[in-house]
Design a protein around this ligand. Structure first.
Ligand SMILES: [Zn+2]
Length: 140
């Protein structure tokens, strides 16, 4: 289905630990974060829609703006570092209209076939203005 990409944020120089933030799967599906956590005294990292940044992530242009100049590194799920994350993001090609129709048809069939799953909450799947798909939940 595609390779997952993760942003390593707040990398600690002495020990090498970092926060791992899911960016998405290849260029086919982005991870979106709809909400911004306002009460930082009571963080709720278990709630998957909270943005790990101080603003929501709703589009590729959001990802580009947030990651540009931010300390951190992009890795794929196999541990390979992406040397130029911004260039990589910027080079992704939005789906053509025919691809969008196919993706939507596949998604509708997938949902119809998996009745045991909960329906995704309204608004947790969307496309940005360029046509890139976003899910505001964990996926792999
Ligand atoms: Zn450390």
């Amino acid at each position: 289905m595609g390779t997952n990409y993760y942003w390593r944020d707040r990398i600690c120089t002495p020990c090498g630990r970092y926060d791992e933030i899911h960016v998405g799967k290849g260029g086919a599906l982005f991870r979106g974060y709809r909400h911004v956590l306002l009460n930082t005294e009571h963080p709720d990292w278990g709630y998957s829609e909270h943005s790990p940044f101080d603003e929501p992530v709703l589009s590729r242009s959001d990802w580009l703006r947030i990651l540009a100049g931010r300390p951190g590194e992009l890795y794929d799920e196999y541990g390979k570092r992406i040397p130029n994350p911004i260039g990589w993001l910027a080079a992704l090609t939005p789906p053509a209209p025919e691809q969008i129709r196919q993706q939507d048809a596949d998604r509708a069939a997938e949902r119809a076939a998996s009745r045991w799953q909960f329906e995704p909450e309204a608004g947790t799947e969307w496309r940005d203005a360029e046509g890139f798909r976003f899910y505001a939940r964990e996926f792999s």
